[in-house]
Ligand binder design. Structure first.
Ligand code: ADP
Ligand code: MG
Length: 731
């Protein structure tokens, strides 16, 4: 069949004038009845590769696809291009008898060119019998990586396809298509489908317009994400989270901060999901916060950023999900937050699964760890993972990641590479990376003992460097091609030919050490303002404390009624320089900011200027204040002088929790007049005694008050009185 025909059909059936990427070559291969294997990134135009030949060829093409929703979309699209409704059909268990009859007669009459089936339907005996009796042009297997347990989406039903196809007919050409496949997965697909002879077409996986960035995930991740989104206001973005709960939380946080964000996850009802998806597509919402349920078949070309709140469980997933950014070729910022804790969480999820599956899951996760922690070109790392060479000096998008924009210093590591390679050789190339590193630094464990490796003279030969150092070097040497990971054995490290060559003929090797996310995480704990922790800026914190003392003295009040410690710590973290910013500080409401805040913001403003501190320009990241409705309820009902017991009961709170809520209210500067209640439980003398105590006390701590009064008052009485006190003197 000539080229002209193909272009005419392309225009005729699809309205396009040009083929995309390798489409034309793929289509020619299929038209010539060759087994064909297509690896193209998402959006590359794989569907057309089998749709066009199916429309041209005699008979019906069977398309195996794992997702019913995707099948329906495709069938609808094909019908839209054709005068004949029956040109494409889905065959699955949702059809009633009449519908099945219609499908079968359309196929028999030669009207149906494409028949979409899920693998389960294809195994059904009656379907096999029917398909045997009609002309099948070829079988296309979409999302073919589902065949391999080494892929990110293994589906056991995919493994029997070859046998079923053989039963349907002899010599039916088989077409496999996938968007991601490591070399190992590619090999599995070809072997399992029995098409090792296939013409293979592989598009480059390089997405030069995407910028890859990994940041440490700390307790401040909400603020980090909010800031990023605010700095990209008005742009479309997707934020992926692992859990539904987190999706809801984060969407709320963004909304509270004035960002048009909607949640999306499988726990929402279908109507809401469709609504939110449409809002995103129609740009009524800028940001979708979603679980991975979102994105399949979503084709919004101008998604400007994809954020991973949680690191994905494989590089494939990361690549797929980040791949939804910058489809139009424009800017696409891919920002992932990483903490090793998340990896441990993911491993825990897997622990119930069969051992082999766990081993695979673990191996995939280790690649994610390596990717996150590496300091080399992220693009090079990803492409190497998919079996593609990339030169980050000359390649497209070579500088488009955090590591290349902010490179760490490199140093010569020729000698260390030789040491590494020779240790691998001397241990008979039988260890995975962790064990290799253990041998280098001299860590004994049961496995190493059982091999007596710890008695060898090279054991611990690299102990002047850390385990992290060797792990980083090993990963870089892998990507450089001197070593390879044997996948069948779950990642045993072997020398390649060039690795053998290196041993006798070493050359320069420049390495950079990995990022230490451990350090970053520890830092972040210091900057947390959770009560009692150290402040971010110790110097400012002590200045603020001195200011508080001054103000307290001048008003003859104890310092704690001005601002509590956690509030000062938060100021030392956020550097509020005006009243609005101050009222967003932990434990500071508007009332309190007005009453006591002036000298504090002045002090901070001076301090910021003198020390040339770069403040996060939009620090005002508000928390969702999930309890604000409850607080309002309490304020209103205390105002109505309702019994405190009744208010607590109405909200299902016990007294201690209820008191805690009231404390939060008065400490952040809102008055709460509970005199009517206090008068019931404490007489005048008692009240006077307590008032004098709190006025003179060094701290407002209840246990110190307990000690002072030696059991005269109980915890509840003291706390309630303190609420009255703070409310009166401080607000
Ligand atoms: P994949 O399955 O590889 O992810 P699709 O088959 O869904 O990709 O195609 C992605 C998009 O590209 C679709 O919107 C499709 O209409 C479009 N497309 C495919 N081929 C062409 C072409 N030759 N010219 C223009 N657009 C195309
Ligand atoms: Mg597709």
């Amino acid at each position: 069949m000539g080229e002209i025909d193909l272009y005419a059909s392309l225009k005729n059936y699809f309205g396009f004038t040009q083929f995309k990427g390798l489409q034309e070559e793929v289509i020619s291969s299929i038209i010539q009845d060759k087994n064909t294997f297509v690896i193209m990134p998402t959006g590359g135009g794989k569907s057309l590769c089998y749709q066009l030949p199916a429309l041209i060829k005699e008979g019906t093409a069977i398309v195996v696809s794992p997702l019913i929703a995707l099948m329906k979309n495709q069938v609808d699209a094909l019908r839209a291009h054709s005068a004949k409704e029956g040109i494409a059909h889905v065959l699955n268990s949702s059809l009633n008898k009449t519908e099945v009859k219609q499908v079968k007669s359309d196929i028999r009459d030669g009207v149906t060119k494409l028949l979409y089936v899920a693998p389960e339907s294809l195994t059904k005996e009656e379907n096999v019998e029917f398909l045997k009796s009609v002309i099948i042009s070829f079988v296309a297997i979409d999302e073919a990586h589902c065949i391999s347990e080494w892929g990110h989406d293994f589906r056991p039903e995919y493994r029997n396809l070859r046998k079923i196809i053989e039963r349907i007919g002899d010599n039916i050409p088989i077409i496999g298509l996938t968007a991601t496949a490591t070399p190992k997965v590619q090999e599995d697909i070809l072997k399992n489908l029995g098409i090792q002879d296939a013409n293979t077409f592989k598009a480059s996986f390089n997405r030069p317009n995407l910028y890859y960035e990994i940041r440490p995930k700390t307790k401040n991740v909400d603020s980090d994400i909010t800031r990023f989104v605010k700095q990209n206001e008005g742009k479309s973005g997707i934020i992926y989270c692992l859990s539904r709960k987190r999706v809801e939380e984060l969407a709320q946080t963004l909304q509270v901060n004035g960002i048009k964000a909607v949640p999306y996850h499988a726990g929402l009802d279908a109507k809401t999901r469709v609504k939110h998806q449409d809002m995103f597509l129609m740009e009524d919402a800028d940001v979708v916060v979603a679980t991975i349920a979102f994105g399949m078949g979503i084709d919004k070309p101008d998604v400007r950023f994809v954020i991973h709140n949680d690191i994905p469980k494989s590089i494939e997933s990361y690549y797929q999900e980040t791949g939804r950014a910058g489809r139009d070729g424009g800017e696409g910022h891919c920002l992932a937050f990483y903490s090793y804790k998340d990896i441990e969480k993911l491993e825990k999820f897997m622990s119930g699964k069969p051992v082999a599956e766990q081993e695979i899951g673990h191996a995939l996760l280790q690649e994610v760890v390596a990717f996150a922690e590496t300091s080399m070109s992220r693009r090079k790392f990803i492409l190497h993972y998919f079996g593609e060479e990339f030169d980050n000096e000359t390649g497209d998008g070579g500088d488009m990641d955090d590591n290349m924009r902010h490179p760490k210093k490199k140093h010569e590591a020729q000698e260390e590479v030789s040491t590494l390679l020779s240790v691998i050789e001397k241990t008979n190339q039988q260890y995975k990376s962790k064990e290799v590193v253990n041998v280098l630094v001299g860590n004994v464990n049961a496995l190493i003992k059982s091999h007596r490796t710890d008695t060898q003279d090279f054991f611990g030969i690299g102990n002047d460097e850390s385990a992290e150092y060797w792990m980083a070097l090993l990963r870089q040497v892998l990507v450089a091609g001197y070593l390879k990971k044997d996948i069948e054995t779950y990642g045993v490290i072997k020398l390649t030919e060039s690795g053998e060559e290196y041993l006798s003929n070493p050359v320069s090797f420049m390495m950079t050490e990995d990022h230490s996310f451990k350090e970053a995480n520890d830092d972040s704990i210091i900057t947390q303002q959770k009560g009692g922790g150290a402040a971010a800026d110790e110097k400012l914190f002590s200045l603020l404390k001195a200011e508080r003392k001054k103000v307290a003295d001048s008003l003859s009040l104890p310092p704690f009624v001005i601002f509590q410690d956690p509030s000062l710590e938060d100021m030392a973290l956020k550097y509020p320089v005006n009243m609005e910013e101050l009222s967003n500080v932990h434990g500071v409401g508007e009332g309190k900011a007005k009453k006591y805040g002036t000298s504090f913001v002045e002090l901070i403003a001076n301090y910021v200027e003198e020390n040339e501190i770069v403040r996060p320009d939009d620090f005002v990241v508000k928390s969702t204040g999930t309890n604000s409705a409850l607080k309002l309820y309490i304020i209103q009902n205390v105002d109505r002088k309702l019994s405190l017991n009744d208010i607590a009961n109405a909200k299902g709170l016990d007294m201690p929790d209820f008191i805690k809520e009231m404390e939060a209210i008065v400490y952040s500067g809102t008055k709460l007049n509970i005199d009517y209640w206090i008068d019931e439980i404490l007489d005048e003398d008692q009240q006077e005694e307590l008032h004098d105590y709190f006025l003179e006390a060094e701290t407002d701590k209840i246990d110190e008050a307990m000690e002072e009064f030696d059991g005269d008052y109980d915890d509840e009485e003291l706390r309630l009185f303190r609420i009255k006190f703070i409310s009166e003197v401080a607000n």
